[in-house]
Design a protein around this ligand. Structure first.
Ligand code: SF4
Ligand code: SF4
Length: 386
């Protein structure tokens, strides 16, 4: 927790003007700065020109199947929970061409399409989303097969994380060990960690360097050395978010799901699930994709595209003319069981970071924590009644 920060950790305090200068510094260094901003009634991620583009004073209400913005009670720059989108789209493109081919006199010429990659600073990455980036790093770069496109984008990314000081109505990162604080600054994958706290004059940011590049950047902006009171105020703000988190996942969910594969509860969820795949699109760790080949009508050019896919589509599991997961129950079970149980066998960790997006953005409000709890309750357990 930020409470572990000591004034001698290289931590400093930035006001909004100093944050503005940090953004200017990044832009001058050739970075496209991506951060949260209000668009069409939601906090989404996009290019920002300065601190003025951040959603100052705005907060969110999130519940199963419901998301609303409203004016907050302070001018906090980061006074809301997880933005509508995760950050994976900036590292793992939703839709991109992999190669193009062209007919020549003697046959075909095939060329790889170079990925569009530029230096990108991701500003405002929440602890759960930072953990999600580490999960994607593992999947795409540390699991034996390296995805060079992901690897190149990740290498060009600089991450400025922001600890959570406000829990959303659907978050449960604390029970997944993925927030609302960032405990291990040196190994978290960020370059700078910010924690916002409020004083009478407005919001301030405790800034901790988490990499050599982050320390270099912080040395270039007009912050002041953090004192014990600054660190305490920041730690208290994060503890407040932890205290107000209303949901949690059963601690033994991986084994619970593993022994519930034939459970009648999957049919109960299927009766509500629309199979729309929204949960997989908003999930910051879902990484499934498909490839599509196409040619022009004359057959002179062809291309292969890769785009995000979802285990909720029938095509995703189609083998030899038919889907192997033809029922909604089988598809929901596949998604939840992979995320919470089989991910452990595959990657040695959970695939869920507790960001709550799949709950908020599910059009019928299906709640992954409630479904896991229902499995436990049908075993006659009462310890899952959180
Ligand atoms: S499964 Fe849901 S709560 Fe877990 S990381 Fe994905 S979107 Fe977030
Ligand atoms: S759980 Fe919700 S978001 Fe996911 S496929 Fe079903 S209806 Fe869509």
């Amino acid at each position: 927790m930020a409470g572990a920060t000591r004034p001698d950790d290289g931590a400093c305090v930035l006001d909004t003007g100093a944050l503005e200068q940090l953004i200017e510094l990044l832009r001058a260094d050739g970075y496209r700065v991506v951060g949260p901003q209000v668009t069409d009634g939601a906090i989404v991620l996009g290019t920002i020109a300065g601190a003025g583009d951040l959603p100052a004073g705005i907060t969110d209400d999130q519940e199963p199947g419901r998301y609303r913005l409203r004016q907050g009670t302070s001018q906090a720059l980061f006074g809301y929970a997880a933005p509508a989108q995760g950050w994976k789209r900036f590292l793992f493109a939703p839709d991109e061409t992999l190669w193009r081919a062209e007919r020549t006199d003697g046959g075909f010429r095939c060329e790889e399409e170079p990925p569009a990659i530029g230096r990108t600073a991701l500003l405002g990455v929440r602890p759960c989303d930072l953990r999600a980036v580490d999960i994607l790093d593992q999947v795409f770069t540390r699991s034996g097969v390296v995805d060079r496109r992901y690897q190149a984008r990740r290498a060009a990314a600089l991450i400025i994380a922001v600890e959570c000081t406000q829990a959303g109505g659907t978050c449960f990162c604390a029970s997944m060990g993925a927030g609302p604080d960032i405990a291990d600054a040196a190994n978290c994958g960020a370059d700078i960690i910010l924690t916002e706290f409020l004083v009478d004059a407005g919001p301030l940011l405790l800034a901790r360097p988490a990499s050599a590049r982050g320390a270099e950047l912080l040395a270039g902006v007009p912050g002041w050395r953090a004192g014990a009171a600054d660190c305490e105020a920041a730690a208290e703000a994060v503890k407040g978010a932890a205290r107000s988190m209303g949901r949690q996942m059963p601690a033994d969910v991986a084994t619970l799901v593993g022994r519930s594969l034939d459970h009648p509860h999957w049919a109960d969820v299927a009766a509500r699930c629309l199979g729309c795949g929204t949960c997989t699109a908003v999930c910051p760790t879902c990484f499934c994709s498909t490839v599509e080949d196409s040619t022009d009508l004359a057959g002179t050019t062809a291309e292969r595209r890769r785009r995000w896919d979802s285990c909720f589509t029938l095509d995703f599991s189609t083998l030899h003319g038919g889907p192997i997961r033809s029922s909604g129950a089988a598809r929901y079970r596949q998604w939840l069981a992979h995320k919470l149980a089989h991910w452990w066998e595959q990657f040695g960790r959970s695939g869920c970071v507790g960001c709550g997006r799949c709950i908020t953005w599910c059009p019928v409000g299906i709640d992954i924590t409630a479904e896991a709890r229902a499995l436990a309750e049908r075993e006659g357990r009462t310890d899952a009644n959180h």
